[in-house]
Design a binder for this molecule. Structure first.
Ligand SMILES: *[C@@H]1O[C@H](CO)[C@@H](O)[C@H](O)[C@H]1NC(C)=O
Ligand SMILES: *[C@@H]1O[C@H](CO)[C@@H](O)[C@H](O)[C@H]1NC(C)=O
Ligand SMILES: *[C@@H]1O[C@H](CO)[C@@H](O)[C@H](O)[C@H]1NC(C)=O
Ligand SMILES: *[C@@H]1O[C@H](CO)[C@@H](O)[C@H](O)[C@H]1NC(C)=O
Ligand SMILES: *[C@@H]1O[C@H](CO)[C@@H](O)[C@H](O)[C@H]1NC(C)=O
Ligand SMILES: *[C@@H]1O[C@H](CO)[C@@H](O)[C@H](O)[C@H]1NC(C)=O
Ligand SMILES: *[C@@H]1O[C@H](CO)[C@@H](O)[C@H](O)[C@H]1NC(C)=O
Ligand SMILES: *[C@@H]1O[C@H](CO)[C@@H](O)[C@H](O)[C@H]1NC(C)=O
Ligand SMILES: *[C@@H]1O[C@H](CO)[C@@H](O)[C@H](O)[C@H]1NC(C)=O
Ligand SMILES: *[C@@H]1O[C@H](CO)[C@@H](O)[C@H](O)[C@H]1NC(C)=O
Ligand SMILES: *[C@@H]1O[C@H](CO)[C@@H](O)[C@H](O)[C@H]1NC(C)=O
Ligand SMILES: *[C@@H]1O[C@H](CO)[C@@H](O)[C@H](O)[C@H]1NC(C)=O
Length: 549
């Protein structure tokens, strides 16, 4: 009996599949696709899951040679799609992310694909276990389409790596895509998947969102387990989603937080019961901007007029006028403590990096040919020497949490956290706003990604939702302008409130636009197997040689 109904189901699946192929006039259009647009196409029978995945792969084949955002594609993506098509035929298509193509920054472990960190010396780093957050995405039905380039080992914001080369900003091919999660930023900005993942030690989820007209969440410290992700700093690291709209961001966050308590990341013990099992997609409805009190950090703005700063200031001024017109009160926060340069003196990455990285490289779940210590990695010459990273890594190799400077610096972070809480309380603030970067995202070949403001949230463990705030005026290099992003920082565990604010601002402003170089439709190929995408390391600026320290 059971066998018969299964056979019938498979037969009807075949009929459905034939019907789908013979009556579909338009293949799935992946441009600006959302979770809802994929599900509508699937559940109305217009597209199969294979059509959806093929459509994204075709876009990657057409446009990745220009932006160079992809390190590798998942060879199993099409066979997973076929399995999901069978589940649709069986009436068993469940999961918030059923058949949603997702890209992982290539510092997340996933079985079947190496975790390279963009570093030549980690090309053979083969995990035998998924990061818990990757398991959560898969369990929700997501199809991991592939891995994205990043600034090598996530240590800067230029998004250039010895393995993956330079990723290019889709809106201005002379500029970087922000970073370190710049491969995910450029890929999601170009509609290579529905959403992607990133990591953030100082700016790295927010700078690519800002530079590619996208939304991201850096969650409260502890909300998402960081296990199985190449680490930098126990105190500062966070992981989260990057998406093209607030709703997809909220659904992605819901799935990524479903890991809850994880013994392999003790910060997850901090999650309050009110943040367990939250469906963040509910938080985008209701509420209003009227009556909100938003602090604007004056010290996180560069008022020196120039082509690189004025567009950012104009976008923020416009955002303030929109918020005021909607009934919010903007409170000017002038305390000199809010100076990103001075706050950065409390950065503890260099004391934590070597211990964290050695612990990652020693994990029994890694097989393959990776180095066994950070020291070994940096003795391999298989990495780029970037000026802004050179001193950092040199110091990290000689440092630990036993350094005499470490404990006082951690106390300084505690103090900063209290100062920030006091600013919230004394001004009765709902959230704090500022531009992610004081200037436009830097040009390819620059020594560092200057002017970013991510350090405040990174040290205090505060949640931030980053949203598109505007574009610079169009130029020859940037036909619709360079994207500009705004951070909305909240009190711990206030992700729902921040997403609600972001959703209201997004509904009022509709800032995001797709990059014009890739705004045309693409002919969708019919694939037998997933094509191989080769990272392009021939485009590394000469300022960043392979080398030794
Ligand atoms: C590699 O990058 C260079 C410079 O950006 C580009 O001209 C070339 O077409 C790319 N090659 C491939 C195979 O994508
Ligand atoms: C239904 O889907 C779930 C989750 O993907 C899977 O574990 C289960 O085996 C499926 N059941 C059938 C009958 O295919
Ligand atoms: C939490 O784990 C980190 C290493 O990941 C360790 O350094 C720290 O001591 C642990 N903290 C507690 C309170 O167990
Ligand atoms: C921030 O601090 C730096 C270094 O201490 C200083 O040069 C700069 O003028 C300060 N910026 C502002 C806006 O006060
Ligand atoms: C600033 O932008 C204007 C207008 O696009 C341009 O004419 C000028 O050359 C730019 N200046 C610099 C220093 O890039
Ligand atoms: C902060 O400075 C602005 C001018 O830049 C001023 O209008 C505002 O009143 C100041 N706010 C406070 C709280 O001092
Ligand atoms: C992944 O790592 C394995 C084990 O080190 C290696 O054999 C394989 O070539 C690597 N794959 C790629 C695509 O580099
Ligand atoms: C670095 O590698 C060289 C050989 O390539 C070796 O002689 C040296 O001992 C290594 N140093 C460290 C610190 O591993
Ligand atoms: C830690 O101590 C070592 C050795 O004294 C020193 O070289 C390094 O700069 C110190 N690191 C930090 C972060 O202070
Ligand atoms: C805490 O920070 C405030 C503001 O920067 C500063 O005035 C105070 O001295 C700091 N306290 C300690 C104990 O570091
Ligand atoms: C402010 O912008 C000017 C003009 O672009 C630049 O020269 C200066 O370095 C910037 N200052 C800071 C603190 O970013
Ligand atoms: C694509 O970009 C071009 C050039 O900016 C613009 O004219 C056109 O309207 C855009 N098309 C879409 C569908 O956004």
């Amino acid at each position: 009996m059971k066998t018969t109904s299964l056979l019938l189901a498979i037969l009807s699946f075949n009929i459905l599949a034939i019907a789908a192929t013979s009556f579909t006039s338009e293949p799935f259009d992946s441009r600006e696709a959302t979770i809802d647009s994929v599900h509508n196409a699937l559940y109305s029978g217009i597209s199969s899951c294979r059509d959806v995945v093929s459509s994204f792969i075709s876009r990657i084949e057409a446009f990745n040679p220009t932006v160079n955002a992809i390190i590798s594609l998942n060879p199993n993506a099409l066979s997973i799609a076929d399995r999901l098509d069978l589940q649709i035929a069986l009436g068993n298509s469940t999961g918030l992310l059923f058949c949603i193509p997702v890209l992982l920054k290539d510092n997340f472990d996933m079985v079947g694909m190496n975790t390279t960190g963009g570093c030549l010396d980690l090309a053979g780093n083969k995990p035998t276990a998924d990061a818990p957050v990757v398991t959560a995405l898969k369990n929700a039905g997501a199809i991991i389409l592939g891995k994205t380039n990043l600034h090598e080992l996530a240590l800067e914001g230029l998004s250039v790596s010895s393995l993956g080369g330079q990723t290019v900003n889709p809106y201005d091919h002379t500029r970087t895509p922000g970073g370190s999660s710049g491969g995910t930023g450029a890929a999601i900005g170009s509609s290579f998947a529905v959403f992607g993942t990133g990591t953030d030690t100082v700016n790295s989820l927010r700078s690519p969102a800002s530079a590619n007209s996208l939304f991201s969440v850096r969650p409260t410290r502890g909300l998402i387990s960081r296990a199985g992700v190449i680490p930098i700093s126990f105190t500062q690291d966070a992981i989260g989603p990057i998406a093209r709209n607030v709703k997809d961001l909220a659904v992605a966050l819901t799935v990524m937080t479903s890991v809850e308590y994880d013994t392999n990341d003790n910060t997850t013990a901090l999650i309050p019961t009110s943040s367990v099992g939250v469906d963040y997609s509910n938080s985008i409805y209701g509420g209003s901007l009227k009556g909100l009190r938003l602090g604007l950090l004056q010290g996180f703005v560069n008022r020196t007029a120039s082509n690189e700063t004025t567009p950012v200031n104009d976008a923020m001024d416009h955002m303030v006028s929109v918020l005021e017109a909607a009934g919010a009160t903007i409170v000017s926060i002038n305390e000199t403590v809010y100076n990103a340069t001075t706050i950065a003196t409390l950065d503890v990455q260099t004391s934590e990096y070597r211990q964290e990285m050695d612990a990652y490289l020693e994990m029994p779940s890694l097989s393959g040919t990776q180095p066994s210590t950070l020291n070994e990695l940096y003795n391999s010459s298989k990495f780029l020497v970037i000026p802004s990273q050179y001193n950092y890594v040199n110091t990290a190799l000689r440092s630990s949490t036993s350094n005499s400077s470490y404990a006082p610096t951690k106390l300084g972070i505690q103090n900063l956290t209290t100062v920030l809480r006091s600013t919230f309380s004394s001004n009765s603030l709902d959230a704090i706003i500022y531009p992610e970067q004081k200037n436009l995202v830097v040009k390819i070949g620059s020594p560092s990604q200057s002017g970013r403001n991510g350090i405040l949230a990174a040290l205090t463990g505060s949640p931030v939702v980053t949203i598109p705030a505007g574009f610079s005026p169009p130029t020859d290099d940037a036909p619709i302008g360079v994207p500009i992003g705004m951070e909305i920082l909240g009190q711990p565990w206030s992700e729902s409130k921040l997403l609600n604010i972001a959703a209201h601002i997004s509904d009022l402003t509709h800032v995001r636009r797709m990059p014009s170089f890739a705004n045309g439709s693409v002919e969708v190929s019919s694939y037998d197997t997933v094509p191989t995408i080769t990272p392009n390391a021939s485009n590394i600026p000469s300022a960043y040689p392979l080398g030794t320290l």
